[in-house]
Design a protein around this ligand. Structure first.
Ligand SMILES: [Zn+2]
Length: 100
């Protein structure tokens, strides 16, 4: 078998700090076909997705600039932001995300 060229990890841009990072270092936020907005811990949920660093600060920035609404083309009520923030806080404390 010929050696494979080193594959670059897929990059995604954080909606908060606008930095490109490997997809696995970011958290996916998804708008499901039912219209709910939630963190997608597995990265496999169906729906329109956006990416953000697992940091409450980035969520706050994205919220202020309404980037999440724009990316997902959805209205995001404050309680959803609070739920996302709580989940992000939990994710940020865990260190590296496990491989899916
Ligand atoms: Zn960020």
């Amino acid at each position: 078998m010929p050696p494979k060229p080193q594959k670059k990890p897929p990059l995604r841009r954080c909606l908060g700090c606008n930095t490109q990072r490997p997809k696995r270092e970011l958290v996916r936020v998804v708008r499901t076909p039912q219209g709910a907005v939630a963190l997608d811990a597995t990265g496999k949920l169906a729906g329109r997705g956006a990416y953000i660093c697992p940091q409450p600060a980035c969520l706050a920035k994205a919220r202020r600039a309404k980037r999440l609404e724009r990316a997902l083309e959805a209205d995001i009520p404050p309680e959803v932001y609070e739920a996302l923030g709580a989940q992000l806080g939990a994710a940020a404390g865990k260190g590296d995300a496990p491989d899916a």
